[in-house]
Design a protein around this ligand. Structure first.
Ligand SMILES: Cc1ncc(COP(=O)(O)O)c(C=O)c1O
Length: 287
């Protein structure tokens, strides 16, 4: 495969590459009108030959299908077709792609919540990587995740709640907002999972908390000794260490939770998690 850098703005929509300026999605697309869609965001890394690849693509495709099933959406492509689409959009944007996003919506539908009958819309786009600082701060927001929701655990395009929460966190100098769930237990961030270190042990909220089954979280759980347990917000605020995980942050050490400073940062459990994740990525791009 040859990389043909045609600028950062080539998309893949329903089977074809198209310049962003020429791209067209219907104003009646159910993803736009009611947020009836699912998506994946993957980190882009260069393989040994310098070709950009989507990290952990197989796991992302599996989660896309799980999310689609939760919403009753047809993916309409097999995995080979999805892989070819990822390759094509990365190839077209090779010079600039730091992340690749795959979005599947219900397609053209009514101006309400009745399900569209026709084919969905499948759209791939690339963007730059987020330049994160070495450590970060988080804010616990007053709004709750609903672990009993019909779409709990699905990665849906209905992220308006995350937009509001993230803006609130940004106003308080944090890069991420953390939610509790309706039981008051720690759940997740707007685009990340959360781990805490308490008395030498790592803990993270279980999937029953309503958090997304993050790919980064999942990879760490496979190689580290972590307790998946419900955690109160008091435990979060009293933790020795906290870190976030996501496809764009990897393992991101947290130096402040609300007004509580955490030092040293990264602490030993966080540093070990960073090393473990780096080792996974050094071993394979599709763990
Ligand atoms: C709500 C939410 N939780 C957690 C994550 C982290 O998941 P992953 O590690 O697969 O990126 C994301 C990723 O975007 C997310 O949107």
């Amino acid at each position: 495969m040859t990389a043909t850098p045609t600028g950062p703005a080539t998309l893949w929509i329903n089977g074809a590459l198209v310049a962003a300026d020429d791209a067209r999605v219907s104003p009646f697309d159910h993803g736009l009108t009611v947020g009836n869609g699912v998506f994946e965001t993957m980190k882009v890394v260069a393989d040994d030959g310098g070709v950009p690849r989507a990290f952990a693509l197989s796991r992302h495709l599996r989660r896309l299908r799980r999310s689609a099933t939760a919403l009753g959406l047809e993916v309409g492509c097999d995995d080979d077709q999805l892989r070819a689409a990822v390759e094509a959009v990365l190839d077209a944007n090779a010079a600039s792609a730091g992340r690749v996003r795959m979005t599947l919506t219900g397609g053209v539908g009514p101006l309400g919540s009745d399900r569209p009958g026709g084919p969905g819309t499948l759209l791939l786009a690339t963007g730059p990587a987020t330049p994160w600082s070495a450590t970060t701060a988080v804010t616990v927001v007053p709004w709750r995740r609903n672990e009993h929701s019909a779409v709990a655990g699905a990665k849906t395009t209905s992220y308006a709640e995350n937009v509001v929460a993230l803006e609130h966190a940004h106003r308080l100098g944090s890069s991420e907002a953390l939610f509790a769930n309706t039981a008051g237990d720690l759940c997740e961030g707007t685009g990340s999972n959360v781990f805490v270190g308490i008395a030498g042990r790592l803990r993270t909220p279980p999937l029953t908390s309503g958090c997304l089954a993050g790919i980064t979280r999942e990879l760490l759980l496979e190689v580290l000794d972590v307790d998946e347990v419900d955690l109160s917000l008091d435990e979060l605020r009293a933790a020795d260490e906290v870190f976030l995980t996501s496809s764009t942050r990897d393992v991101h050490p947290v130096a402040r939770v609300d007004d509580v400073e955490l030092a040293p940062c990264p602490g030993p459990l966080t540093a070990a998690a960073q090393a473990a994740f780096a080792a996974i990525q050094a071993r394979t791009l599709d763990p």
